[in-house]
Design a protein around this ligand. Structure first.
Ligand code: SF4
Ligand code: ZN
Length: 343
């Protein structure tokens, strides 16, 4: 006997929701998923009427579902938003060039304007060239730092008021775990926030409308809606450390499905003891972007690449910032230490 949808008790159930365990038909699942995202947006007051919102679009399942659902909810509930797609081209041949083709098709399908900013035009380096210089160990550090700033720069070119990203519940739980494992209190404090205000000049506010959506349900939604997305992994492999956190989380989830939400709630409710030293935000002396040091991470990494000293931005070399800023030569010993790619 076919199982009936537990919501409409009319159509045949096609899936069991990972989040609630309910057996639902396609239509009832779509409705439940969309309504939950809408509730998240309303409860956290993520948007205001008249705002221009840039959707960070990579062509992957999360951002494709985000673009689809933002357009749908904006129309269904009259949010009054002007939506745009914003993509970053890291310059990874065989990966990003293909996924950007997906974004271009999404642009046609959703009829939204699209802006692509590339590492090459912003920094003069593609990820292909960076990997050639630094190898495959710390490439994701370069990529992550550059992407964050690239999105802000693209958003400013588009004059958007806010960027929304496709981070889901699994991503947030994974990040909480990673920050606990690394003892990164400053990031731990920030990473569960559903929205962040601008932290300074050149930093556009961000929000995560899919924060409470499970990755498994995003995949089901994309699959049943037949959304056009790109599912290949980056050829430069995911950041090894995040990979461990992900595997650990998946193991936990298989024995206790609520682990994802539990970890996220733990992260949300942690508080930092008074007296714990936190980095003080200032601005980069070179590019003006927010930074807790004299130079922002992006400028240090770039300086390292341009000088052929890939280790400069990896680890703590703050005392060298003054030298770099005043173009003083490094000592032979410093050069040697920073030259090796053996991180
Ligand atoms: Fe960039 Fe690393 Fe992600 Fe590839 S896996 S896109 S190199 S951050
Ligand atoms: Zn800078």
């Amino acid at each position: 006997m076919p199982v009936l949808c537990s919501n409409c008790v009319d159509k045949r159930a096609v899936l069991k929701r990972p989040k609630t365990g309910h057996s639902l038909c396609k239509e009832c699942f779509f409705w439940a998923f969309e309504e939950e995202v809408h509730q998240t947006i309303v409860a956290a007051q993520l948007f205001n009427p008249g705002e221009i919102v840039g959707i960070a679009a990579s062509g992957g399942k999360d951002s494709t579902v985000l673009a689809h659902i933002m357009k749908l909810l904006n129309e269904r509930y009259n949010y009054g938003l002007e939506l745009m797609l914003l993509s970053v081209d890291e310059g990874i041949s065989g990966y990003r060039d293909d996924s950007l083709e997906t974004v271009k098709r999404n642009q046609q399908q959703y009829e939204l304007p699209l802006k692509i900013v590339s590492y090459e035009e912003l920094y003069g380096w593609t990820m292909d060239a960076i990997v050639k210089q630094v190898g495959l160990k710390n490439n994701c550090t370069f990529c992550g730092v550059f992407r964050r700033q690239a999105l802000d720069r693209g958003a400013i070119m588009l004059k958007v008021d806010k960027i929304c990203t496709g981070h889901n519940a699994d991503d947030v739980a994974e990040t909480v775990l990673m920050n606990v494992l690394r003892g990164d209190i400053a990031r731990l404090r920030r990473c569960t926030a559903i929205s962040t205000a601008s932290e300074g000049e050149g930093v556009v506010p961000r929000c995560k409308p899919l924060k409470y959506a499970y990755e498994k349900e995003i995949v089901l939604y994309a699959y049943f809606k037949k959304l056009d997305y790109f599912s290949t992994e980056c050829i430069y492999s995911p950041n090894a450390y995040r990979g461990h956190a992900r595997t650990f989380l998946k193991d936990l989830e298989s024995v206790r499905p609520s682990s994802i939400m539990d970890i996220m709630h733990s992260g949300e409710n942690l508080s930092v003891r008074e007296g714990v030293k936190m980095p003080v935000q200032g601005t980069c002396n070179r590019c003006g972007y927010i930074s807790s040091q004299a130079l922002c991470k992006s400028c240090v990494l770039l300086e390292g690449l341009n000088r052929g000293l890939p280790k400069l931005g990896i680890g703590k070399h703050h005392r060298l910032h003054d030298k770099i800023l005043s173009q003083q030569p490094l000592t032979e010993k410093e050069e040697r230490k920073l030259k090796s790619t053996d991180f």
